[in-house]
Design a binder for this molecule. Structure first.
Ligand SMILES: [Zn+2]
Length: 491
């Protein structure tokens, strides 16, 4: 008995030592020294320009209407009038796969050296509509471009006109400074990101392919400097995302007998379908904290308070616990696996008629570890009922995973640090879709990051009400892009 107790005590001591040693070696690196920015951007002017840009209702979902197309055309004219130096130095190509929508702009800033692979900086200036009936919930009118002491308000400020304007401001400053890049810099302002990029972004990619151009890397939206998202981490986390999830929509179609609802059989098509949906809920796609999902936490964990650091430093022991904590938040849960979300249901056409067919539409966001075929197999196996068919409506796999060690990632991280000071740099996974999934066809690496500091409160504005950006952020983004073009353009 005594021996056993001693053995247990010895083992516990050994375990405690291992945990402590691993935790200690898992501390945060010293913050990088950041240099002050000497070129002061004109804050009021940048805010005014973004405010003007917000007033154009560039709603790509309404592109079929002539009045909306006029808004896109007017925005392009406004850009030319507002940024004449850029338009003189590098007149943009107006691109569109079909000639009805030539509203995507591609600026080419030729480099001095042909041996250096070009880079592409991108932002989209189209926006999502404001849901009819919610205009009154906006503190300021969504297309008013109101500027108060601290913020610019309106649809597109964060997603993603802010970045488009910051790119234009930064390029103008560099031209004024007489800067000439060594490597060619492409800047694309796309017009249809919110509806899939089939017209504009696709045309940019086609254009580069026709010219035989392979980019070293591309940078587009897809995450931010996240402030206060992770409890206990006091520095902002620059989530420079190296991959994005794919998109799969399936219909689950259950068949039944039909007939009069006064004499229902033991099981109707709706019952069969409901059972299938419950099984999907109970058995999600396998997932966990490894690969691209883990990279984010590996970077952030050393900056966590001791208790959490101890958990992350000893994932071999606490992996299950960590994953169950991450599962509790939809945002972090989505990084662990392919998510499954039933979104639409249909059954009978009348209340007293039994359905012959009941259909559930399920939207899945594909983790880089999964394939479309593999997911469909999983669904069929889990449902395990031949009366329920799985029909793919639309599917595309996740993006490639770009390198977090490549020069592009390092340049983006350096520019972010130079702009915003000490921060945690973390390679992340974008859980939505962006233009980058197209750019990866012509780029060795594609990164997703907007150089702006957001809190979780700010994120409610995305595609929602009261979208806004702080003046500090739009000015910061301008400094970031200038720094990035100076550094990356010259190495
Ligand atoms: Zn966007």
């Amino acid at each position: 008995m005594k021996k056993a107790l001693l053995a247990v005590a010895g083992l516990s001591l050994l375990l405690a030592t291992v945990l402590l040693v691993r935790t200690a070696s898992y501390s945060a690196p010293a913050p990088v020294d950041t240099t002050a920015d000497t070129h002061a951007p004109d804050e009021q002017q940048i805010a005014r320009h973004l405010s003007e840009a917000i007033r154009f209702r560039t709603i790509s979902a309404d592109m079929e209407s002539a009045s909306t197309r006029a808004q896109f055309a007017a925005f392009i004219e406004w850009l030319a009038a507002t940024y004449p130096a850029i338009h003189t130095a590098m007149p943009p190509q107006q691109l569109g796969v079909d000639t009805e929508h030539p509203y995507t702009l591609l600026f080419t800033w030729p480099g001095q050296r042909e041996d250096l692979a070009p880079i592409l900086l991108s932002a989209h200036y189209d926006v999502v509509p404001v849901i009819p009936g919610t205009e009154g919930e906006w503190r300021h009118p969504p297309y008013g471009g109101i500027v108060d002491d601290t913020h610019i308000w309106g649809r597109g400020t964060l997603d993603d006109k802010g970045a488009a304007i910051a790119l234009m401001e930064a390029t103008t400053t560099l031209l004024e400074m007489g800067f000439q890049p060594q490597r060619t810099i492409y800047i694309s302002l796309t017009s249809d990101e919110e509806i899939g990029g089939d017209h504009g972004t696709a045309a940019v990619v086609q254009n580069l392919q026709d010219e035989g151009i392979q980019l070293a890397w591309s940078l587009d939206e897809g995450s931010f400097l996240l402030d206060g998202f992770i409890p206990g981490v006091d520095q902002p986390v620059a989530s420079i995302n190296i991959a994005e999830k794919g998109y799969l929509t399936v219909d689950l179609v259950a068949r039944g007998r039909g007939g009069h609802s006064s004499m229902p059989p033991r099981e109707t098509a709706v019952d069969t379908l409901a059972a299938a949906l419950v099984r999907l809920k109970q058995e999600p796609l396998p997932g966990g904290l490894e690969g691209v999902g883990a990279g984010m936490f590996d970077a952030v964990a050393p900056h966590m308070p001791f208790g959490k650091r101890l958990l992350f430093a000893n994932r071999w022991l606490f992996g299950g616990l960590i994953e169950s904590v991450l599962e509790d938040q939809p945002g972090t849960a989505a990084m662990l696996r392919t998510t499954t979300a039933p979104t639409m249901l249909s059954g009978s056409i009348k209340d007293n008629v039994l359905p012959i067919e009941a259909v559930a539409t399920v939207n899945l966001r594909v983790h880089p570890r999964d394939t479309i075929d593999g997911i469909v197999k999983h669904l069929e196996q889990v449902i395990d009922d031949e009366r329920v068919k799985v029909r793919v409506r639309e599917g595309r796999s996740a993006s490639r995973v770009s390198s977090k060690d490549a020069a592009g990632f390092q340049a983006i991280a350096a520019a972010s640090r130079a702009t915003y000071g000490p921060q945690v740099i973390a390679p992340g996974l974008t859980i939505g879709g962006t233009d980058s999934r197209r750019y990866e066809e012509v780029a060795d690496n594609s990164y997703r990051f907007n150089p702006m500091v957001v809190t979780s409160e700010d994120t409610h504005g995305f595609h929602g009400t009261n979208e806004r950006i702080s003046i500090d952020n739009i000015v910061g983004a301008t400094r970031f892009y200038r720094q990035l073009m100076e550094e990356a353009g010259n190495e």
